[in-house]
Design a binder for this molecule. Structure first.
Ligand SMILES: C[S@@+](CC[C@H](N)C(=O)[O-])C[C@H]1O[C@@H](n2cnc3c(N)ncnc32)[C@H](O)[C@@H]1O
Length: 141
């Protein structure tokens, strides 16, 4: 998302001698990728920070090829946060204040077009919040 992140990623790839990776600048709401061009979308603890999560899932669906997989780890809430906590920037940065309710998160994934949702892991993260890993498929046709 930022030039600093790209510079660090490229430096680390060079250090490792990794030649089969490519880093592109963009946001998860507008991926710099062609329609149907990737096999898998992975993400760890980023989507809760997006101001438009349904758009993120629509975008992941767009770039995946038919039969492609979405595997995301993220924070979900079990119950709505009080307004004061919801507005707390520290809690937003801690991946809690921006998180969706679990049911709304799964709804947004389904509404983007994904099928066969499966929770691969589901752990306590903080009171009222869970860390989940979700697998979902883009149908073949
Ligand atoms: C909690 S960190 C997780 C980083 C990494 N995925 C990991 O597992 O170590 C959240 C990252 O999401 C990035 N981020 C936040 N909003 C984003 C957006 N809209 N598009 C792309 N990246 C975003 C932040 O810059 C930060 O690097």
């Amino acid at each position: 998302m930022t030039p600093e992140m790209l510079a660090l990623a490229r430096k680390n790839a060079a250090k490792l001698g990794a030649r089969n990776v490519e880093f592109r600048k963009g946001t998860i709401e507008e991926l710099p990728l062609e329609d149907g061009s990737v096999d898998i979308v992975i993400s760890n603890c980023v989507i809760n920070l997006s101001p438009d999560k349904p758009k993120v899932f629509r975008e992941a669906f767009r770039v995946l090829r038919p039969g492609g997989r979405l595997v995301v780890s993220d924070i979900v809430l079990e119950k709505a946060l009080p307004p004061k906590l919801k507005a707390d920037p520290g809690l937003y940065a801690a991946c809690i204040a921006g998180a969706l309710l679990r049911k709304d998160y799964l709804k947004a994934v389904r509404e983007a077009g994904f099928k066969k949702l499966e929770l691969l892991s589901d752990h306590f993260y903080a009171p009222g919040a869970a860390s989940v890993t979700l697998l979902a498929l883009k149908p073949r046709a």
